[in-house]
Design a protein. Sequence first.
Length: 101
Amino acid sequence: MSAGGAFGGNRGLRPVPPEKGVFPLDHFHECDLEKKEYIACLKTSSYTSERCRHFSKKYLECRMERNLMAKQDMSELGFGKEYGIEAPHGKNEEIDEKPAA
């Protein structure tokens, strides 16, 4: 017989959380408005996440302000100056412009 717990887990050993990828759930719905804005933007932009980057940034900032995730520089999360944050209503020329052929 195996000494492990259900589903192959080891009894008595404390689990070690990963550094990134798992963070506390927003049980008190502190960032619901930001989340809903982001999801609504995705739906209206045919799920093109680049068009909704400003809502994504706003959501992550909300989570950091309320200690629902570790505080990090936004450039570490993919919001560097060179990429540019899209303005509301899809008016970011950096992302939407295509080079001339």
